[in-house]
Ligand binder design. Structure first.
Ligand code: ABN
Length: 176
């Protein structure tokens, strides 16, 4: 390691001969200030962002105004809970659709599959809030009864679509 000592001694002497102590301190100071901009020296959140996202998603499963709400697994339209109604009742001034389509969603709390009737609420112009496009179990459009991208107000006096509710109409039984 003698050569290393010699090397640094030589370099140190060179620096000492070519620069004053004050200018050396100025250079070191500049180095620190520069490093503060380049290196992440401020405290930052080391929490796993994926874990936070999973928590948020879990909370949304119970929020009736969220597309991630468990009953909305096949809802294509505007959530009535955001439009003056509830998850299973139409907003005042609208009329529930006479025809509907039924999807199946799993309730994360009991692990059971529920039949959900996605009725449209009709008679008032589109709500425009909380638009969702979830399509679990949906089938192609040429099979009308199992497709969710349909205006189910078609059989009502007014065909004007406002929003969609998601009422539970049945529960699946485990087969033995
Ligand atoms: N069932 C909701 C909807 C209404 C109008 C058009 C497409 C989808």
């Amino acid at each position: 390691m003698k050569w290393l000592d010699n090397f640094f001694e030589k370099k140190t002497r060179q620096v000492a001969q070519s620069a004053s102590r004050r200018s050396a301190l100025v250079k070191v100071g500049k180095l620190f200030v520069g490093a503060a901009f380049v290196l992440p020296i401020l405290p930052f959140d080391r929490m796993n962002p994926n874990a936070q996202a999973a928590e948020g998603k879990k909370a949304a499963q119970d929020d009736e105004t969220s597309c991630d709400y468990w009953r909305h697994c096949a809802l294509d339209g505007f959530i009535c809970s955001c439009c003056g109604g509830t998850v299973s009742s139409c907003p005042p001034g609208t009329e529930v659709s006479k025809v509907t389509w039924v999807g199946t969603c799993r309730n994360p709390h009991d692990g059971k599959d529920y039949l959900i009737s996605y009725n449209d609420c009709c008679g008032v112009t589109m709500c425009g809030r909380c638009g969702c496009n979830r399509n679990e179990g949906e089938r192609p459009g040429y099979r009308l009864g199992v497709h969710n991208d349909i205006n189910w107000c078609m059989a009502n006096t007014s065909n004007t679509y406002h929003c969609t509710v998601a009422a539970i109409v049945g529960v699946g039984e485990a087969r033995g």
